[in-house]
Design a protein around this ligand. Structure first.
Ligand code: FES
Length: 125
């Protein structure tokens, strides 16, 4: 099971080699998320409308290895935008991927850019 996690390494903006055209902006619900596939990865994309920000992270929750994070609730803890897994409500920072309420591994986060109504996700390969 751990091998699944190895598919997901965080990418910072300066590491981006490929901007993948993932979907239309309007495909992602406001203050919600949806999942896209890139190579062997499932990526959750969030339109955090209340903060006017977009985020992307692995769809895989490291708690029970479920592909569910795109269906979680987005929120905020002391100014940190977060995603709560819909299964058992473990929460992760959407900025750093850090697990905010436990000792789970961090999740991988990915840069997002918007251009001409499309959402692009940055990958390092
Ligand atoms: S599977 Fe995500 S919190 Fe349990």
């Amino acid at each position: 099971m751990d091998t699944l996690l190895q598919h997901y390494n965080p990418v910072s903006t300066n590491q981006v080699k490929t901007w993948f055209k993932a979907c239309l902006e309007k495909d992602i619900p406001e203050n919600g998320g949806a999942c896209i596939k890139y190579q062997n990865k499932q990526i959750a994309i969030f339109n955090y409308k209340r903060k006017q920000k977009w985020y992307a992270c692995q769809n895989l929750c490291p708690h029970k290895m479920e592909m569910v994070l795109s269906r979680g609730m987005i929120g905020d803890t002391e100014g940190i935008p977060k995603i709560a897994c819909p299964m058992h409500k473990k929460t992760f920072s959407l900025e750093t991927g850090e697990n905010l309420n436990g000792d789970l591994p961090s999740i991988a986060t990915f840069p997002v850019k918007l251009e001409n109504g499309f959402v692009y996700i940055g990958f390092s390969e």
